[in-house]
Structures are given as C-alpha cells and as structure tokens.
Design a protein around this ligand. Structure first.
Ligand code: GMT
Length: 373
C-alpha cells in the first residue's frame, strides 16, 4: 500500500508512535510518505520505502499567524496526487484531522477518492481538543474521518464522553519494538551514573504540567532518604527550569541528572531500576511501555489508560494522582526487596510483550485494507 502519515515531528509520544509505525510498515514492504514540517525525530536512517515531504509555510508581512493548516492541506494534496497514495493516516486530531478532510475534499473535485484515518493520542481529546476554541472543528473532523482509532480503551471512552461522535472508535494500542527496547548489560554506563552502586530511578517526558514532574522529585527525595539513589531525568520542556530550582532547594542536585533529549533511549532504560510516571493524565504511557520492555517496573499514577498498561502489583504499582507518599512507599518497597523487584521485572517484560510491534502493526494493516476496499 502507499500510505501518507501526518504527525508532529517532535519528541511527543504521538510523533514517536507515528514514526515507528511508518518504519514498521516500510519494513513490511509498504511505501510510506511522511508529511510533516520537520524531519520526525525517530526518522533518522535511510529506508528505501520511506519518503519525507516537508511542509513549507511561506511567510508574508500580513500574516501574524502563518496559515500552517492551508500549507499542510496543500502538501497533502500534492503528495496524494503525485505519489498515488492509497490512504492518509493522521496522528493527533488537531489540526491534522481537519487538514486531511480539506485535502480529501480537494482531490475529490478531481475525481480521486482517498480515505483518511485519524488516530487519537490523548491531549488532542482530553486537554486541547475539549477547549471550545477547537471543539467544533475537532468534533466535525473526527466524525468525517473514514476510520478513527484510539490508543487505549480509556481514551476511546473519554472521546465519547467529551464529543458527540457518531462513528465507532477502534482501540489499537501503542506498541514497542522489543528488538530495540530490551535489557542490555551496560556496566560502564551504569557505573558512570551510579558509581557507588546506587539505585537508579528514571523519568522520561516532555516536562509539561500534565506529567507532574514535581511529584517525581518528591518521590525521589523520599527514596533517597532511605537509600543511596540517583534520578535520571530525560527530555525537556516548559517545567524544566522550575524542576531545577526545586532540586536546588531540596538539596538534591548531586543525585539528580538532567540528561536532556536522548536518542539512545534504550540504553538509558537498560540501566534503570524503576520508571516513574505520576501523570495527571496519560492516554497510554508509551515511555512506560518502553521501560517495561527493558525490564524496568513502573511506579505510576492510575490516571487514564495507565492501568491498561501498568498492572498494579504485577508490572509495578499504580496509585491515585498526587499520592506521592504511596508512590514513594511502593518504590522503596520494591527497591529494598530483591525478590519482589525480580518478580516485577519479569511481569513488566511479559506485559510489554503483549504490546509487541508484531501484534499491533497487523491491526493497522487490516484497517487500511478494509478502507481501501
Ligand atoms: O505524552 C505527551 O504529552 C505527548 C503526547 C503526544 O500526543 O505527543 O503523548 C500522547 O500520545 C502517546 C502515544 O499515543 C501516549 O502514549 C501518551 O500517553 C499520550 N500523552 C498523554 O495522554 C498525556
């Protein structure tokens, strides 16, 4: 099939998932055309079946806000017609679903029918999409999609609760490539981060409010008060300066490492003992899944779709949002009990294998085939 993928090219989970999906489809022989304003971060190697079309947004003195949506729709039209696409798969509803609808209408005038699939990822529904500035367009364009998927049952339910959707929404979970995310022994790396054999806690995110990074610091403080420990913070975003201040005030600077955006995430996952994700909401929690595939148990909140991924007592622990004492107590218990930690690690890996890339990609292919027919 000839598939157009539209996504945010940045470090966010939706862009990462869309890129990994495109790569996996290309490996299976499909022709994949990425249409984005920048090269997606995980699209970092040549592949014979992958094409990248950059959306150019010309500026003009009149434009306080350059019309990105128009540029994106026009690029979609160009790629649909010139690359003979069979379908478009857009990730994150805003503005990708409405731009896909516009492109679909334009090519229809030229006698070309192209179906589009919208995959809902989370904040496009639960945070931004609900805002009345966007809600009418989001509702309309989701309903006009030829197929809608959500990355967890929770997100599917949230979508029906928040918008008058008159179509079925299929749940297709996030997936993980376990050839990439698997536990490796990296003694030198571990030694560099934790030279005295300290336990290593890990958090990966875009440092937005929804991630509750201050809770990560509070949990870590309680753990470090009980045992030698280090905290690795991967990623970057608006809350980072505030978190740095918090570490200084709590006298944690020597034990907290900000490592920024990392491409070799699988190495960082491999040296961690626990992964911390106390988010206010998480439709799925892709980073938690990648940690679990690396045999790292997860201490998370029970918000959104997290309980569908992190099974309380089996793959880690889930607690109410903001209950840092409980999350810290679970972390300490697991880190002090080798047998328990080993059981959780095994459970985390087993659960991650349920979301193996080979189980999930065929679900998308099946949907594509149905639409093309
Ligand atoms: O995690 C983020 O804030 C980024 C966001 C995105 O849309 O780029 O991630 C969302 O999509 C991921 C992939 O489907 C999910 O695993 C994340 O849970 C989801 N984030 C939220 O719901 C907050």
């Amino acid at each position: 099939m000839r598939i157009g993928i539209v996504c945010y090219p940045t470090y966010g989970g939706s862009g990462v998932l869309a890129t990994e999906l495109g790569k996996a489809l290309a490996d299976k022989g499909h022709m994949v055309h990425f249409i984005t304003y920048q090269q997606p971060v995980r699209l970092n190697a040549f592949h014979a079946n992958i094409y990248y079309h950059e959306v150019q947004v010309p500026t003009y003195p009149l434009f306080d806000f350059p019309p990105y949506e128009s540029a994106l729709s026009s690029t979609m039209v160009d790629v649909i017609l010139n690359q003979q696409l069979d379908l478009l798969h857009v990730h994150y509803a805003i503005p990708h679903a409405s731009t896909a609808y516009m492109a679909q209408q334009i090519v229809a005038k030229q006698g070309r029918h192209i179906p589009f699939i919208t995959t809902l990822h989370g904040t496009d529904i639960t945070l931004v999409g609900k805002d009345k500035t966007y809600a009418p367009v989001v509702t309309f364009s989701i309903n006009e999609s030829n197929a809608i998927t959500a990355v967890s049952s929770n997100l599917r339910e949230e979508t029906f609760k928040s918008f008058p959707i008159d179509k079925e929404i299929e749940v297709i979970y996030n997936f993980v490539d376990t050839a990439r995310f698997k536990r490796r022994e990296l003694p030198h790396f571990r030694q560099a981060i934790a030279p005295k054999g300290e336990k290593i806690l890990l958090h990966v995110s875009n440092f937005r409010k929804v991630k509750r990074v201050p809770d990560v610091i509070k949990i870590f403080k309680q753990v470090r008060d009980k045992m030698p420990a280090k905290l690795l913070l991967v990623g970057d975003g608006p809350d980072r300066p505030m978190i740095e201040c918090m570490c200084r005030e709590m006298n944690l600077c020597d034990d907290v490492r900000f490592v920024g955006k990392q491409e070799q995430l699988e190495d960082v996952m491999s040296i961690a003992d626990l992964f911390i994700l106390p988010s206010d909401y998480e439709s799925f929690g892709l980073a938690a899944l990648e940690a679990m595939a690396s045999e790292v148990p997860v201490i998370s909140s029970n918000a959104g779709g997290l309980p569908e991924v992190n099974i309380n007592g089996e793959t880690g622990y889930t607690s109410a949002v903001g209950d840092v004492d409980r999350m810290a107590a679970h972390a300490i218990e697991a880190l002090q009990n080798e047998e328990l930690l080993a059981r959780l690690r095994k459970g985390a890996l087993e659960q991650a294998l349920r979301f193996h890339i080979d189980n999930i990609i065929p679900q998308y292919e099946k949907l594509y085939e149905k639409l093309i027919k």
